[in-house]
Design a protein around this ligand. Structure first.
Ligand code: MG
Length: 291
């Protein structure tokens, strides 16, 4: 669809804005809209103004423990109205990936109830017998305190058997090795991937979360836009790499877990960098410049 300049109203991005050609914005959540329980100032306003300006927005997260239903409550609390269709979490994206590859596949899972819920919603058959599994799907096996939950302790053995005895396909929700918690880091999904990979001497067939393109492809499909029409907004190298892998415009925000110096030291250069999401809309006022 063509947007002529005459359609622009005062709430739209100004004509000289270098991001005017972006029709869709894919937002990371933690470090971009919120920091833990705290709302990053004016992030709901930024989303509202983009939507009002005719831009499409969608939210992606590597969170491997929550279903989209659970995330709707989080967004309501933040003050950003969303439906399940606006959310692409690694739980949902993983379920979609497996269902696309093999509809109604038998899945043996390690992970939280939110992952189970999304696998069920995608029409997959969750099995308790690892020997009949087509897929071993793994997410984080730990609670918020970093404790391995008793159920998942047993399920890691089940996943091992699915991979070792049944040669099930090995799919992981996200590659995050660790997760920042209040008192220090806790194990991420990487702890489960690492343990299983080492035991069976085999890497996962697919890891769905960022920086892999799978989750971004699912978000773009949902927006109905091509990668070149969209920007990804994130606070980590993984967000920028996910966008670069798809040839999207990349927007780094300094409001999250990673400094811009750290980003550059990793050899990652985003298309644009801003202090926070509201500055994306106030680019000219802030004097940010294209990289
Ligand atoms: Mg983030």
């Amino acid at each position: 669809m063509m947007h002529s300049y005459t359609e622009l109203n005062p709430d739209r991005l100004s004509l000289g804005h270098p991001l005017i050609q972006c029709q869709g914005f894919v937002f990371d959540v933690d470090g971009v809209l919120v920091r833990g329980e705290e709302i990053i100032p004016r992030s709901p306003e930024a989303i509202e103004r983009l939507r009002r300006g005719g831009k499409k927005v969608i939210f992606i997260s590597n969170n491997s423990t929550k279903s989209r239903e659970e995330y709707i409550a989080k967004f309501t609390r933040i003050g950003i109205p969303v439906t399940a269709d606006d959310l692409v979490l690694s739980t949902y994206a993983t379920a979609r990936y497996v269902a696309n590859e093999k509809p109604k596949a038998k899945v043996y899972m390690v992970g939280a109830p939110g992952l189970r819920r999304e696998l069920e919603l995608a029409g997959l058959e969750l099995v308790d017998d690892p020997l009949v599994a087509d897929y071993a799907v793994v997410g984080s096996a730990f609670n918020g305190k970093g404790q391995l939950t008793p159920e998942n302790g047993e399920r890691i053995t089940g996943a091992l058997r699915a991979l070792y005895h049944a040669n099930a396909k090995f799919v992981a929700t996200n590659p995050d090795r660790i997760f920042p918690a209040k008192d220090g880091v806790i194990p991420g999904t990487g702890a489960v991937i690492g343990a299983l990979s080492y035991m069976v001497d085999r890497k996962p067939d697919a890891i769905i979360g960022k920086p892999s393109p799978y989750i971004v492809k699912i978000a773009l499909g949902r927006l109905g836009l091509s990668a070149s029409e969209c920007a990804i907004v994130g606070d980590m190298d993984t967000d920028m790499l996910a966008g670069q892998g798809m040839n999207m415009t990349t927007i780094f925000v300094r409001s999250g877990a990673m400094t811009e110096e750290k980003l550059h030291s990793l050899g990652v250069t985003p298309s644009f960098a801003f202090d926070s999401v509201i500055d994306i809309l106030e680019l000219e006022a802030k004097g940010a410049k294209e990289k």
